[in-house]
Design a protein around this ligand. Structure first.
Ligand SMILES: NC(=O)c1ccc[n+]([C@@H]2O[C@H](COP(=O)([O-])OP(=O)(O)OC[C@H]3O[C@@H](n4cnc5c(N)ncnc54)[C@H](O)[C@@H]3O)[C@@H](O)[C@H]2O)c1
Length: 327
């Protein structure tokens, strides 16, 4: 049985659906702090908090867990700078409690959601996994600490881990059943589509004087379903007995903020109100992954690399769910 922690969230809910499609048995643990009951399409659902050792002990006693997929974390860089305590508590303490429970119950495999934010300001593009980790915000720092925990727990207690450093997760379930519903939303593609749909007045471009072809920031977008595929390949790899590893997950191709807005305009078929604002502190000009290692070792090739496909899938879900999930 696979334990998906944070399975009611954006990426975790897609993962749940993906695993069920593959015929895996899945149990979800979620406290619904940012996730949605309406995003759960099957499996066994356990409501509870990752930081609570009793909850974890109950889970591990009750279910025969082969591997944990750990998606449960707070994810906003800006908020993490205003309230680092919230991030250390949920992300770092949550991970520590989980690793302790895994150790206690002899669960030896974990796939972990890490992030490009562990790298900070890149000194090399595309960014390889060997790039130094210099996070510039508390969110990225908590993920760096969590990755370290996996590493040292692996060394000492034999827990094998695969940490997947996602760049910008985007898009939605190609079948249209699941989508992205962060509240508040802070990601570029949903915010751009909200501006197109009249759910907000406009989309803001922060900085037009970066050292990039059109002056706006460049990011690497990866389809949420491709992320799920990479997790599934990582699961196969852990099952085959390999040692721990870290992989970047991105397209290896960057798109600027203005390119994203133009692509969204093509998808929705009309201009999207756009405003131009000053740079935000701490935003690197370019963040683009080298995913060569994931392609080589996991055999992962993104199935939906085109930006317009990601935007189209997101758009279709927003059209059908103008207020997001009901619960
Ligand atoms: N969204 C992205 O672009 C992106 C990029 C890089 C990395 N990530 C990582 O991927 C993971 C999932 O991101 P997401 O966008 O799906 O976030 P999300 O907020 O949609 O999902 C997180 C889920 O975890 C649950 N959760 C949080 N704290 C919990 C706790 N203490 N106990 C139990 N459940 C808890 C929430 O209720 C929610 O269902 C995160 O770890 C994030 O850092 C996301």
């Amino acid at each position: 049985m696979i334990l998906v922690i944070g399975g009611a969230g954006y990426i975790g809910s897609h993962m749940l659906k993906y695993l069920l499609h593959k015929g895996e048995r899945v149990v979800v643990l979620d406290n619904f702090s940012t996730g949605h009951r309406g995003a759960l399409v099957g499996g066994i659902i356990e409501e509870g908090d990752l930081r609570d050792p009793d909850t974890l002990n109950r889970m591990f006693r009750k279910h025969d867990i082969e591997c944990v997929m750990h998606f449960a974390a707070f994810i906003f860089a800006g908020e993490s700078m205003r309230d680092p305590a919230k991030y250390y508590d949920n992300n770092v303490l949550g991970c520590l409690r989980l690793m302790e429970a895994m150790r206690l119950h002899g669960v030896q495999q974990i796939i972990f959601s890490s992030t490009a934010a562990v790298y900070g300001e890149p000194t090399e593009i595309p960014i390889p996994e060997t790039h130094p980790l210099n996070p510039t915000n508390t969110y990225g720092e908590t993920k760096r600490v969590m990755e370290g925990m996996l590493h040292w727990y692996g060394q000492a207690y034999g827990i094998r881990s695969i940490a997947l450093r996602y760049f910008n997760a985007a898009g939605a379930d190609p079948e249209g059943e699941l989508g992205e519903d962060h509240r508040p939303e802070e990601h570029l593609i949903p915010l751009t589509l909200f501006a197109a749909l009249g759910r907000r007045e406009s989309i803001a471009v922060f900085g037009t004087d970066y050292d990039t072809p059109d002056g706006s920031c460049v990011r690497d977008y990866v389809h949420v379903w491709d992320l799920c595929e990479a997790h599934y390949l990582a699961l196969q790899r852990l099952r085959s007995g390999v040692s721990s590893a870290v992989y970047n997950l991105g397209n290896g191709q960057g798109y600027s903020v203005l390119e994203v807005i133009r692509a969204a305009e093509r998808v929705v078929g009309k201009p999207i109100p756009t405003i131009y604002a000053a740079r935000r502190p701490g935003d690197p000009a370019r963040l683009v992954a080298s995913s060569e290692k994931a392609q080589r070792e996991l055999g992962w090739t993104p199935r939906y690399p085109a930006l317009e496909t990601m935007i189209e899938h997101a758009y279709q879900w927003f059209l059908k769910h103008p207020k997001g999930y009901d619960a």
